[in-house]
Ligand binder design. Sequence first.
Ligand code: PLP
Length: 483
Amino acid sequence: MGASKYGDMPVNDFRKFGHELVDLMADYFENIENYPVLSQVQPGDIKKQLAAAPPEEGEDFNAIMNDLSKVIMPGVTHWNHPNFHAYFASTSSAPGIFADFVSSAFNANGMLWRTCPSSTELERQVLNWLRDMIGLDERFWGIVYDTASVSTMHAIAAARENIMEYKVREKGMTGSGIPKLRLYTSEHAHSSIEKGVIALGLGMEGTRKIKADKDFKMIPSELEKAVIEDIQNGWLPFCVVATIGTTSTTSFDPVDEIAPICKKYNLWLHIDGAYGGVAPIVPEMKYVIKGCEQADSFVVNPHKWLFVPVDLSAFYTTKPDVLKRAFSLVADYLKTAEDSQVENLMDYGVQLGRRFRSLKLWFVIRYFGRKGLEERIREHIRLAHDFAGWIDGHKYFERLAPVPFSTVCFRAVPRDNMNADEINEFNEKLMNEINAEGKIFISHTKLNGVFTLRFVVTGIRTGEIHVEKAKEVFDNALRKYLK
Ligand SMILES: *Cc1c(COP(=O)(O)O)cnc(C)c1O
């Protein structure tokens, strides 16, 4: 069995293998807890099992499926495993997986309205749903990009375009005579912000990091001081990025105090809510986005904590016209008769071609419902708080940051007479041994020089029994040393 001479796989084979593939995925989910969460392979192990050259003749699809299980599977770190507690665990839900499947079958490229009206119009509607669920107002217009890094880069490009008196779009950074630009973000902000600044040609010096307080939140008075100082020294401040749920500790910056400073100095305010931005779907979490209605743009990743398969980042701005001004460049072959009546989403970013991503957010929101998503996020927050409480009551663990969302930062201090370096080394070793065992997977950060363990609950398959199992894993690992 194979491809017909010139065409694709025969439809009957597609049907047969499609069913088998769904069975394979269902078996995977049924048995997922039997796999080590963190792949146990060594560098190069997978590559050496792969053919050095592509096959000359087409192969039986069964052979491909076999190698998927035999060769690829051991090198997969199981993000969908309920005991994946590292980074921010992105998990995919069944409706999201189905939507990805369908999206590939349609293979519609939504660059123009005409090239897939459903893609453009569904994207508008489903992003309005998400916006309303989060609690942003209807001035926020949304677009789907692949990742938060790319969303934020677009925000920074729009912020630069928003400075009208220099013609950066026409003349570029050097030709426009624009003073050196400065963007401000907290010392705990994600690296994607600096990367965006670098990509846009503003250099490493284009980002100024603002000090955070003891709860890891940007200090607004430090921000204003930096802006004033920079203006005096000939810089042109243009943008502030505040974070709702920082990557290390999930702290959230006081946006309601930062926004007036942005207004006063005419700075674009972008909010990085890649992880924490979905939390306000839970009504009692709405307080974390206080002040965000004054922002110019906002990014949230449904692929992070809303059970949509990687990748789907939702970018919102109250100034889509500025974003369009920064990027729109319409070649003759892309002009259509209905241009004046429709949105062509290629106009709002770097990419031309666009995958039909909104389908998976639509499937997920419809299948679980707003309330179902609210309940899941609330349960994750509850489980993380339960874990934090366990840490607080533990003789040998101590917590290192507040827990506003579903991430706990802590470390072990097994003996009183250890110095700072010894405690750091101990915790690094503890983490590596726990991860090598494969029962759970955690990650780390450094907070003021302190090696910090991070325990995250964001997975759709994670329940109370998994958090209980994790506690056991920590206790057992610790016991080995205390003996
Ligand atoms: C994960 C994360 C990002 C980067 O997200 P990508 O979609 O992987 O680019 C940016 N900011 C924060 C706060 C994050 O947690």
